[in-house]
Design a protein around this ligand. Structure first.
Ligand SMILES: [Zn+2]
Length: 196
């Protein structure tokens, strides 16, 4: 159980983890807090965007679209490993997921298979969208993977969490496949090593 860190702390934590961070527009106040609660926070969720082109990807994640208003995450990790902050607070990234998974994340235990979609994830997860087509063929450059590792570790370090507090969207909501192209097990290993 943790209160979300302030926007300033979030920025500071990312920079302290060695990341290149770009602040986009009024990211600190761009959120969906008027639609529901933000916090307590329990973990970090990783996504792929199914988009091409960094500028366009950041823009979509900031604004969202007709059916799903932005922000669609807090930070966008582009292929060059830069983290673009597009929003802070409640964001439309996690949707409804499995309460058993949430309990496992809170307890930092092995994840059960996600087979329910009744729990508000936007309330409880920090979200990073990562620029990738999500077709299994689009490469994940090492700079980008390292940035995902560092961004997730930064949040974990602040809250005193371990790597088991970091999950993929596919582990949260039945039917989701993101992120595709690397395994969350491998990413959690990297985060664990970084947090040592
Ligand atoms: Zn997703």
């Amino acid at each position: 159980m943790a209160s979300p860190m302030s926007a300033s702390s979030f920025l500071k934590a990312l920079k302290a983890e060695g990341l290149t961070v770009v602040e986009v527009g009024d990211w600190r106040d761009h959120n969906r807090n008027h639609k529901g609660p933000w916090g307590p926070v329990h973990g970090v969720m990783i996504h792929h965007t199914v988009t091409e082109g960094s500028e366009r990807t950041v823009d979509i994640c900031r604004k969202g679209h007709e059916d799903l208003p932005g922000p669609l995450c807090h930070g966008v990790v582009t292929k060059d490993g830069t983290v673009h902050l597009v929003g802070y607070g409640r964001a439309n990234h996690a949707g409804l997921g499995d309460d058993d998974v949430l309990r496992a994340v809170i307890a930092e235990k092995a994840l059960p298979r996600d087979n329910e979609a009744g729990t508000d994830g936007n309330r409880h997860f920090y979200g990073f969208e990562c620029e990738n087509l999500g077709d299994g063929a689009d490469p994940w450059p090492e700079a980008q993977l390292e940035a995902i590792e560092r961004a997730a570790a930064a949040v974990c370090r602040h809250h005193g969490w371990n790597e088991r507090s970091v999950i993929g969207h596919l582990e949260w909501q039945p039917g989701k496949v993101d992120p595709r192209g690397f395994t969350m097990a491998s990413m959690r290993e990297r985060i664990r090593d970084r947090l040592k």
